[in-house]
Unconditional design. Sequence first.
Length: 133
Amino acid sequence: MAAVPLVEYEAASAEVRAVYDDIMATRQTDWINNFWKALANDPATLRRTWESLKAVMAPGALDPAVKELIYLAVSVTNGCRYCMASHGAAARKLGMTPAMFGELLAVVGMANETNRLADGYRVPVDERFENLF
């Protein structure tokens, strides 16, 4: 059960409906998912989060499918079932296969393991890696 009521389109204020309309137009869909309905309890948070997400996920140097795979990987690491479902569906729509998902999980698992090992052992960063970014 949600911690807040889900704000349906019909019950939404004009401010919230404007964001909902933009979400539906941008995503080319006819419905609003529960994440946005929950955020609509705070219209400022709804608008800010939508505008930020829209900007980050917009076409850019990274392919949209790559962005969704990254989002899915972070969601898996963070254990967010909702975001795994949402961005998993988006990644599938953009071509993610079951084999790709399996490899993604293998990479996520390996990265989490080696990150924890490196942090646990307090491994100093090699000089050759220091100035790569």
